[in-house]
Design a protein around this ligand. Structure first.
Ligand code: GAP
Length: 513
């Protein structure tokens, strides 16, 4: 399936199966704002829990907090967001459409990258088993030329953005002859900066109301609580503070479904370390976070690191874990070495000391910070888009199957009475009532059993349990596995352990080791 088609299928499947709806759809929706439906809310919660367990529960030196969305407005002055949280925008004079200048250039590079992918696919077919991808991409002239072109363009873009040289960003767009993707026009305005924070007001009367921002990242809620947590938790460096929660950005290029939203959720962790050890912790967290992703089995080749040329105002090193979405490799998670920038800024703006007393060194210092920051919605999209498949079956039919990692699936098992009579529904309901204590389970008695299997496949349910007339005789049921479609006969009392074995968070997280 072409990537565009695959992506459209992902979006419509997410709606049809109760995962994601457009926000306020009955009023024609709100651009780049989405609601999670009955299955989506479960999947999202499971991803959040999977992250929380790995980061907070499994690390003795990481604790979790839940800071407020509203923060004192000086927070955002101190953090640099008021002055520097901008996107470079460009308007097309003919179409009157607005774009992010850097995204136009990145999309141009993504097109070159898809040419590389095509060359690889062709070569794979030509050489068969003898194909060595690594050797091919480093020696094939065409591929090497494409890659060099991408590198040169991105390097120049990074430099210009870093130096705030917006004239050069426009020059680059013109030199590459990048056109408005909607109309093909190349009649561009100059590039301008645009602040992404949403403003709001706190207070009853207009004159006493205080101007606030909706937080554009959860991280600052951690920084301002650094000393509170360190003291009350008697935390010793190195230690981390994690939290998950909503963030808001007035994104201009709001497309690609839940990839880029105006209201989204982040899962962030700030790891406070001794100055000078940041390189070692940067490497540690890169490796640890990649292992977490890989534990979910979405495909080893679907990840890559992208080191930043243009560093954010607070960072001395940064990398993205990119994932292969249906529209190509894009940022899924950021790992940033933030130095002591944030704590120092908050010290300066609040007038309060935010230092750590190191008993071993017998000295106080401002800790450095290593941050891991992942978008929960983006992770949802990675998991969901990767799972959706139109599988060709041996009898020349196809089935739609959502191969969600069992640990994340919203519903772990569906219990199906073969027919709606002879006491089978009662036995099936009893199984549901028993399993409910441990798992989210569904009961389904409508339509022929084959159709019910298909419905559960498309919904991502890892197990179907069928109760038939033999069940009444010998207390066994058929258990069917979503991915292999294999069926076996098992005792009702063994169901809990069989399901647990496949969906247990522990089993999945152990794959990180
Ligand atoms: N505290 C650092 C920070 O916020 P970021 O790279 O701007 O860094 C971190 O964001 C992660 O948040 C990204 O890797 C992405 O997964 C997610 N994210 C950022 N903007 C988003 C948006 N508009 N919609 C959905 N997810 C977003």
């Amino acid at each position: 399936m072409a990537n565009d088609d695959q992506f459209k299928k992902v979006i419509s499947h997410a709606k049809e199966y109760g995962y994601v709806f457009q926000s306020s759809e009955i009023y024609d929706g709100l651009s780049a704002v989405y609601d999670y439906a009955q299955n989506g809310a479960e999947l999202k919660k499971n991803i959040r829990d999977y992250w929380w367990k790995a980061m907070v529960q499994m690390h003795d030196n990481i604790v979790g907090i839940d800071a407020a969305i509203f923060m004192h407005p000086t927070t955002w002055k101190a953090s640099g967001h008021v002055d520097a949280f901008n996107d470079p925008l460009i308007d097309n004079k003919d179409s009157k459409k607005r774009y992010r200048a850097d995204v136009l250039v990145e999309d141009y590079c993504a097109k070159i990258e898809s040419k590389i992918d095509k060359e690889i696919t062709k070569a794979e077919k030509r050489f068969g088993d003898a194909f060595n991808k690594e050797e091919f991409v480093t020696t094939n002239h065409r591929v090497v030329r494409y890659q060099e072109k991408i590198n040169t363009i991105l390097k120049r873009l990074g430099k210009s953005l870093e130096n705030e040289d917006l004239k050069d960003v426009k020059a680059l767009i013109e030199e590459l002859e990048i056109a408005d993707p909607m109309t093909g026009s190349r009649n561009w305005t100059d590039v301008k900066q645009f602040n992404l924070m949403f403003g709001t007001k706190l207070g009853a009367s207009a004159d006493s109301a205080m101007d606030l921002y909706l937080r554009p990242e959860t991280a600052q809620g951690i920084f301002v609580n650094f000393l509170n947590v360190q003291k009350t938790g008697r935390m010793k460096i190195p230690f981390g503070i994690a939290q998950t929660g909503k963030a808001f950005r007035n994104e201009i290029v709001a497309r690609q479904f839940i990839f880029r939203m105006r209201e989204f959720e982040q899962m962030e962790m700030q790891f406070f370390i001794k100055p000078g050890t940041q390189k070692e912790w940067f490497d540690y967290w890169k490796e640890t976070r990649l292992k977490w992703h890989k534990s979910l089995g979405l495909g080893e080749d679907n990840y890559r690191f992208h080191d930043h040329e243009k560093l954010a105002h607070y960072a001395d090193a940064a990398t993205d874990i990119e994932f292969k979405f249906p529209f190509g490799f894009k940022e899924l998670e950021g790992i940033h070495s933030r130095t002591d920038f944030d704590l120092k800024q908050h010290e300066e703006f609040s007038g309060k000391k935010l230092q750590y007393f190191d008993h071993e060194e017998n000295a106080s210092y401002t800790p450095y910070v290593l941050e891991t920051s992942i978008g929960l919605d983006r992770m949802f999209l990675a998991v969901f888009s990767n799972a959706l498949e139109e599988e060709e079956l041996e009898n020349n039919t196809t089935r739609t199957v959502l191969r969600l990692p069992a640990v994340l699936a919203p519903i772990k098992a569906a219990v199906l009475p073969l027919v709606k009579k002879d006491g089978l529904p009662e036995v099936a309901q009893k199984i549901v009532q028993d399993l409910k204590w441990d798992f989210n389970v569904d009961y389904d008695e409508k339509d022929a059993v084959g159709r019910r299997y298909r419905r559960q496949d498309a919904n991502g349910t890892p197990f179907c349990i069928t109760v038939d007339h033999d069940t009444l005789e010998d207390g066994t049921v058929t258990i069917r596995h979503r991915d292999s479609m294999e069926q076996s006969r098992v005792k009702i009392e063994n169901l809990r352990d069989i399901i647990k074995n496949e969906v247990d968070v522990k089993e999945w997280l152990m794959r990180m080791n």
